[in-house]
Design a protein around this ligand. Structure first.
Ligand SMILES: Nc1ncnc2c1ncn2[C@@H]1O[C@H](COP(=O)(O)OP(=O)(O)O)[C@@H](O)[C@H]1O
Ligand SMILES: [Mg+2]
Length: 261
């Protein structure tokens, strides 16, 4: 599969704001994500997870290094990569249906086809019946379902998710985990999932890259593909908790450093 996946090659990035001090956010990141893999980026707040994800999305120009997708250099956003942000980022003045239709409009399909496509993804995230609701009328979990449907609707091959469930309560989070697992099973995708939640990373992913506190580097990549996300009671098993403990050990020291900064 080499060459068909995502390759980060010696990616470094320094923020140079007009005011305030410069921040080295990413330091020489090299990483390969296989096609079809569910890959988590795990690390303490401020370690550069979002910067790395946005660079892959094409929203964040790179200072040094390169990113390729299926052998092609990333130079900007593209329909092969869909993104879900941490804080919903829905259009408040558009209904659920209109939000999901957004993005399809630029694809040049007929109106009827677009409506069918949008409805299919609204159904997939279990929002049937809420097509005419506005984001302000929805719970946090429902808003994030809309954001996921909007991303899925134009059928990108790669899903970029930046702490998508970070703002949700534990119960809603669990339900959306199950839904995401089912969605990815039905429509295979490459997923790059940013989180600071160790259990979430282990539950969802095939591999977890642990990033160190600023400047962001890859500390270790842990293979968790032997843990089947669909196995009932997985989070209660010894294997699951061993993986969680191992990852905690890796990020614990860095989490302390990040807090002290
Ligand atoms: N636009 C920006 N200008 C200056 N510094 C930034 C900017 N965006 C992020 N940073 C800094 O870069 C570092 C990495 O940020 P980020 O990628 O958002 O980390 P994470 O997503 O892991 O919390 C942080 O120290 C953050 O304060
Ligand atoms: Mg972030």
């Amino acid at each position: 599969m080499v060459g068909h996946g995502i390759v980060f090659h010696e990616v470094s990035h320094t923020y140079r704001p007009a005011k305030g001090r410069e921040v080295l956010a990413l330091d020489q990141i090299s990483l390969e994500i296989k096609r079809g893999e569910f890959f988590a980026l795990l690390g303490p707040s401020g370690c550069g997870k979002s910067t790395l994800l946005y660079a892959l999305g094409g929203f964040q120009p790179l200072e040094k290094g390169s990113i390729t997708v299926a052998g092609k250099s990333v130079t900007g956003p593209g329909p092969d990569r869909g993104i879900v942000f941490q804080n919903f980022a829905l259009f408040p003045w558009k209904t659920v249906l209109q939000n999901v239709l957004y993005g399809l409009e630029r694809q040049g399909r007929g109106k009827k086809e677009r409506l069918l496509q949008a409805q299919q993804y609204i159904d997939l995230v279990h929002l049937t019946g809420f097509e005419k609701s506005y984001p302000s009328q929805l719970s946090g979990g429902m808003k994030q379902r809309v954001a996921i449907a909007r991303m899925l609707a134009y059928e990108p091959e790669i899903l970029l998710m930046d702490e998508p469930f970070g703002a949700l309560d534990a119960q809603t989070k669990t339900i959306l985990h199950e839904e995401l697992i089912a969605i990815v099973e039905r429509k295979p995708k490459t997923v790059v999932f940013v989180t600071h939640d160790v259990r979430e990373a282990v539950l969802l992913s095939d591999r977890v890259a642990v990033m160190s506190a600023r400047p962001g580097r890859i500390k270790e990549i842990v293979d968790t593909s032997h843990l089947n996300s669909r196995q009932p009671g997985l989070t209660q098993t010894i294997e699951f908790n061993a993986a969680v403990d191992h990852l905690w050990g890796l990020i614990r020291d860095d989490a302390k450093t990040a807090r002290a900064q």
